[in-house]
Design a protein around this ligand. Structure first.
Ligand code: TYM
Length: 332
């Protein structure tokens, strides 16, 4: 059976980008067709300035929202990264296979490093090695497919390279994974700045729709989305990025296709109105289930405990095999 692994980082409130680019497919498709693991990657949240209490709160919230979005613990394994030591164990071995140059070429590293340097802050070493830990997440489970949004495909490519290199040098140990981005909404853009991604770690802004935004807040954000100078509704990501973003969001929420939807609308106002309502409708059941789950925190904790137990069982033999292959003396 195909093994699927994906993760989400608790560095901010989850957004519509996370949902349309990743989470929704995990719940609607992946958990039914594959042996799937989904992980709240809290160790990754420590690679930038962080408040410990906030990371704990956001980790719990991310797990609750994943369940609210439809992940069924009977069908998939949901767990928190730091509960399974194998991720950190394997990350070190992969640091011994990856190169410094590879890390510095990562687009997300370059962007985050530039932002941090503008602020005058220093960089955590873990920010540089972030993609190695991500490769460890993926390779520890002999993952075949990694359902992620567009922004993560370069990191998955690196995981592939490291798997191939390790296998070549030390004998076949890892499955070589591949990224599987969604057909629509692979990169949902910020409503106020359609040149940048709608990202949860960015500053809170009117251009970001959060999964827990009230319906009226969603409507206001979508109605105020920046559109382009023309008047006609056409789907062109290059010359009309604002309108293209709305069309993609609408398509992802209503099941249509962005090119066809463009032909249906005569004004930006009508497009925004329908997009806002489509987003509100997609979020409604998630928010409803989230409220119910918040009333039962013991349930969420139980799911995470059992998820970690199962994940550990799967990862342990793979990471042990990597330890042996690379030349470490067995401990028993
Ligand atoms: P993260 O937490 O930034 O995002 C989680 C998932 O949401 C997708 N996503 C988007 N998709 C479309 N449009 C957007 N605006 C948007 N914003 C986010 C991301 O592509 C991702 O699929 N490094 C990863 C977490 C990670 C991981 C892993 C993922 C750590 N280890 C192993 C897969 C496998 C990250 O920061 O995702």
């Amino acid at each position: 059976m195909t093994r699927v692994f994906s993760g989400i980082k608790p560095t901010g409130h989850l957004t519509l980008g996370n949902y349309l680019g990743a989470m929704r497919r995990w719940a609607e498709v992946d958990q039914y067709r594959a042996d799937a693991l989904f992980c709240v990657v809290d160790l990754h949240a420590l690679t930038v300035d962080h408040d410990p209490a906030r990371v704990r709160r956001l980790s719990r919230q991310a797990a609750t929202l994943l369940l609210a979005s439809g992940l069924d613990p009977e069908r998939c394994t949901l767990f928190v990264q730091s509960h399974v030591d194998e991720h950190a164990r394997l990350s070190y071995l992969l640091e011994c296979v990856a190169t410094d140059g590879e890390m510095r070429r990562m687009i997300q590293y370059k962007e985050k490093a530039a932002r941090e340097q503008r602020r005058g802050g220093s960089l955590r070493l873990s920010l540089l090695t972030y993609p190695v830990l991500m490769a460890a997440d993926i390779l520890a489970y002999r993952t075949d497919e990694v359902p992620v949004g567009d922004d993560q495909t370069q990191h998955v490519e690196l995981a592939r390279d490291l798997a191939v290199r390790f296998n070549h040098r030390y004998g076949h140990t890892f499955t070589v994974p591949r990224a599987t981005p969604p057909a629509v909404a692979a990169r949902v853009m910020n409503l106020q700045d359609p040149a940048s991604k709608m990202g949860k770690s960015e500053d809170v802004g009117p251009g970001i729709v959060y999964l827990l935004d009230e319906p009226d807040v969603v409507r206001r954000k979508v109605m105020r989305a920046v559109t382009d100078s023309g008047r006609e509704v056409v789907y062109d990501r290059e010359s009309r990025p604002g309108v293209a973003n709305l069309l993609e969001i609408l398509a992802a929420c209503s099941g249509g296709n962005p090119e066809e939807l463009a032909g249906v609308y005569e004004s930006y106002g009508a497009l925004k109105k329908d997009t806002a309502e489509a987003v509100v409708e997609v979020l409604r059941p998630v928010q409803q289930r989230h409220r119910e789950l918040c009333a039962d925190p013991g349930y969420v904790e139980g799911v995470l405990r059992e998820g970690a137990r199962r994940a550990r069982e799967m990862a342990r033999p793979v990471v042990d095999a990597a330890y042996r292959a690379i030349g470490l003396l067995p401990s028993n």
